[in-house]
Design a protein. Structure first.
Length: 277
């Protein structure tokens, strides 16, 4: 992957382990979010599922991380002021159901540069997901189906006539029981819902993806892990089983930023239940 032109990053501020958000900003309860990296130009957070990255028509009226960061900056919260940001701006958008790395610029010049790098395909993203795959599926699988927004619904549909170019490469990381597998989706740019619809078109049934013909997570009883009476119908995992765990991009001419995060705790538990850990 070619590195984009450098952003000024001579001074590197200290990186706190986590930053907090008071109740009402992102959830009904106070929330702390792990800090993966903190640079003079950007901050990377480990976003849990079901929290919006920024305002988007598909996540209308949702509290979002971009707004919450800037609100607490204006409010003068000490741990946010200590990050040294003029303002925060999300570099890319993925739907709230996805967990993983959330990247924010800390001043306008970095926002322009990093969004241009994203739009130009100069970043590399590795998503991981749990899915059932069709028998005989061969890898690596490269899906380049052009995508366009549905006219009436908040979803993407394939369209060779009017769709925009999209590319996702899938590889298997591990196979488990009952056709379940841990898969990686790699891309240099992504559109909303791209990973999910490309996965569906490539023969995957992504765990808990009702929108793109996914499949429900198995229950505790079905994997032999019922813990107490009443657990029979409890799923081993309740969220969309899709997380962004690696992001790479260039900052300085001879330096590449490599951000990595672990799977969420519940995601790890589901992997263990399915023999995928």
């Amino acid at each position: 992957m070619s590195d984009p032109a450098p952003v000024n990053s001579k001074r590197k501020p200290s990186t706190p382990k986590a930053i907090g958000f008071r109740e009402g900003l992102l959830s009904d309860e106070p929330l702390r979010m792990d800090v993966l990296a903190n640079n003079v130009d950007f901050i990377a957070l480990n976003k849990p599922a079901n929290i919006s990255l920024r305002q988007h028509p598909w996540d209308e009226n949702s509290d979002n991380l971009d707004t919450a960061l800037n609100y607490q900056l204006k409010e003068g919260k000490p741990e946010i002021l200590a990050l040294g940001a003029e303002s925060f701006g999300s570099i890319y958008f993925y739907e709230k159901a996805i967990s993983g790395i959330a990247l924010f610029s800390k001043h306008k010049a970095a926002l322009t540069f990093l969004r241009n790098a994203f739009g130009s395909g100069l970043m590399e993203f590795h998503f991981q997901f749990i899915a059932q795959a069709e028998e005989g599926i061969e890898e690596p699988i490269i899906n380049e189906t052009p995508l366009i927004q549905h006219r009436y619904k908040f979803k993407m549909v394939p369209s060779t006539a009017k769709g925009k170019r999209s590319r996702t490469e899938f590889t298997c990381l591990k196979r488990g029981t009952d056709s379940w597998g841990l898969w990686q989706a790699k891309c240099n740019y992504f559109r909303p819902h791209q990973l999910r619809i490309h996965a569906s078109l490539s023969g995957f049934q992504l765990m808990n993806d009702d929108l793109y013909r996914g499949v429900d997570a198995p229950t505790l009883a079905s994997v032999g892990k019922r813990k107490k009476v009443g657990d029979s119908d409890t799923k081993i995992f309740s969220d969309l089983a899709l997380t962004l765990n690696t992001v790479q991009f260039g900052l300085e001419s001879s330096e590449s930023v490599h951000l990595v995060t672990e799977h969420p705790k519940a995601f790890k538990t589901a992997l263990n239940y399915l023999g995928l850990k």
